[in-house]
Design a binder for this molecule. Sequence first.
Ligand code: GLN
Length: 190
Amino acid sequence: MQKTVGILALQGAYQKHADILSLLGVQSMLVRRPEHLHDCAALILPGGESTSISLLIQKYELAPAIKKLAETRPVMGVCAGMVLMASEVNDTHVQPLALAPMRVQRNHYGRQLHSFTAELELAFDATPYRAHFIRAPAVESIGNDTKILACVKNQPVMVQYGQHLALSFHPELTHDTRIHQYWLKHVKQQ
Ligand code: GLN
């Protein structure tokens, strides 16, 4: 049976992940309730507004099911999704899911106006990657077992904890599918 990747679809930029996965021949489904996670081999926490997504996660009682899935299955957190994956966040309006041992600062790179693109050196590929940052968070500190895969000005913007990936930028906003492909290797390995 083909593996299905869940995409948390409570708020934010979830649809474009479905488009990229479909381009890569991977089946996906939108996740809005805990029972939807039963059929998922992995999960994407998309960008958006981490405060709103956090409230909706509480409203629909999704946190225990997401944490359970993350014990054995890969999660990719993008921007607001990275904030949600953290163990600590500098904003009490967000209840992070603690899927990776890292402290994250919301809106580190400023407001919408300060969105930018940056050429990244990826730890797993020699060709540079143009990344899109939108009100992006920064990783302030990480646990020992967390690998840094890319940085902007010495600040980690892509980290890996086991099979989980957390990104400050939006890989669904470019035609370059290498980030999704890198993470999907973990999905296929299961
Ligand atoms: N600044 C947003 C937050 O912390 C994230 C922005 C994004 O996902 N593009 O909620």
